[in-house]
Design a protein around this ligand. Structure first.
Ligand code: EPU
Length: 422
């Protein structure tokens, strides 16, 4: 079992370059299945979720080359209808995007239920509601979702989501891209990766408007053709490094970011005492490591992201005074890491959706276990800021979403290594 071993207490300094966005990549790579022709996709992060997805797509017959780091050239022209490998599907959440893609391209689909980080119950009823609105006859079992055209065939329609869901918005956009007629998604998610997917699809010939607002319109087209597209930088990876500097103290230039996407995160860290300077495509963060408490409520974009909940909690655990952290997207997310942080000396009381975090002068090293991707990232930050040695177990979760984490942190002066046999 591999672990991260961190010798904490060193301020971070230097420059870190952010990789392409995981949650955009895991939507755009399956979306390439809608294209007849060659797609060159740039700024693709080399993380385990992407590697699994590429293996799945190769297994379905996609011709995929990776001519240089960060570049995927994909040709799905000759891919016939097939069922993606269920073992691989269960390894990640985003494999459910193949439901929308297959429905759009072939009018039917058979895909196992997805896996991924299980920090909460993660229903897909809104995806199914959307597919049904587009005319699909849907059969759900404990293992699979299968779809075929319903009695009136497949056609664009109006779908009003009952909850703001990134996955359902993406899946309905994918499904509607090649269907006749217009689809309107109301109460759509507005995350940057929704816009990125729309931009990718439009570059290949789709007609999608309104992405980034709560109403997305998709006018179906007959075919998409190849092209070149670069994925946006990862908002959460950038936020994780910024939170790490806030917690450990230091001075870091975070390159390849879209500062607008970061405002919901940087404004909170500024409130806590970090100094933030925005440039065109980079952000400088300076922190003395002495933070003050604050109040945060996670919300869909442009609110404070749930995927930064655990990382900001570490900053709160080290801040002066008492902080309040309320989760409004995934209520059970606190259970992935609060107990672990407490074993490092943090004092956190969770009651329902809210954690009250009583700041401490310092944390101390301990052996802790990651239970999901962002919880794992938070434990790494806690280890970097803590006194003594922290060992983070279950690092496969962290490696789902952070490209070259050890290399990037080491370049910033962190004392962290991956121990292969523990
Ligand atoms: N929801 C439903 N029904 C649905 C879909 C969602 O009730 O059919 C609920 C969920 O239970 C949740 C809320 O709606 O309470 C939002 O869920 P959403 O569908 O937006 O989440 P997701 O698409 O499954 C994506 C990211 C997550 C991120 C969430 C929220 C991907 C692959 N995953 O998940 O990212 O936490 O949006 O922003 O894009 C991560 O990167 O670590 C990660 C978990």
């Amino acid at each position: 079992m591999a672990i991260y071993e961190i010798n904490g207490g060193t301020p971070l300094s230097g420059t870190v370059t952010i990789s392409g966005a995981k949650n955009a990549a895991v939507a755009i790579l399956p979306a390439a299945l809608l294209v007849k022709g060659q797609c060159r996709i740039e700024n693709v992060p080399d993380i385990s979720d992407v590697r699994i997805l590429l293996e799945m797509l190769r297994g379905m017959g996609a011709r995929i080359e990776q001519p240089e780091a960060g570049v995927v050239v994909m040709d799905c022209t000759d891919v016939g209808f097939c069922q993606p490998d269920s073992v691989l599907v269960k390894k990640l959440r985003a494999s459910y995007y193949l439901m929308g893609v297959l429905l759009s391209r072939y009018g039917r689909s058979l895909v196992a239920l997805p896996g991924g980080c299980s920090f909460a119950s993660r229903p897909i009823d809104q995806h199914i509601k959307g597919f049904k609105a587009l005319g699909a006859a849907v059969t759900e079992t404990d293992e699979y979702v299968s779809m075929e055209p319903g009695p009136n065939g497949l056609c664009g329609n109006r779908v009003s989501l009952d909850v703001v869901s990134v996955g359902a918005t993406v899946n309905i956009m994918l499904a509607a891209t090649l269907l006749p007629g217009q689809t309107v998604i109301e109460n759509a998610a507005k995350e940057p990766h929704i816009v990125d997917l729309a931009n990718f699809l439009n570059t290949m010939g789709a007609r999608i408007s309104g992405a980034g607002t709560d109403t997305v319109k998709i006018r179906g087209v007959e075919a998409l053709q190849g092209g070149t597209y670069a994925i946006i930088p990862d908002q959460i990876e950038a936020g994780t490094y910024i939170a790490a500097v806030a917690a450990t103290g230091g001075d870091v230039l975070v390159k390849n970011v879209i500062p607008k996407h970061m405002e919901c995160i940087t404004s909170k860290l500024e409130e806590m005492g970090a100094e933030i300077t925005n440039y065109d495509d980079s952000i400088r963060i300076r922190s003395s490591g002495k933070l003050c408490g604050t109040t945060v409520k996670t919300r869909p974009y442009p609110g404070f992201p749930t995927d930064m909940q655990a990382q900001i909690c570490v900053c709160m655990a080290l801040a002066g005074g008492t902080s309040r952290l309320t989760e409004s997207v995934y209520e059970t997310r606190f259970f992935g890491y609060c107990t672990e942080l407490e074993s490092m000396g943090a004092y956190i009381q969770v009651e329902g959706k809210t954690a009250t975090v009583y700041g401490k002068e310092s944390l101390h090293g301990a052996t802790v276990r990651a239970r999901d991707l962002r919880a794992g990232a938070a434990l790494v930050i806690a280890g970097l800021a803590a006194e003594g040695v922290t060992r983070v177990e279950n690092i496969h979760y962290v490696e789902r979403g952070y490209e070259r984490l050890i290399e990037k942190l080491t370049a910033l002066g962190a004392k962290i290594r991956r121990v292969e046999e523990y």
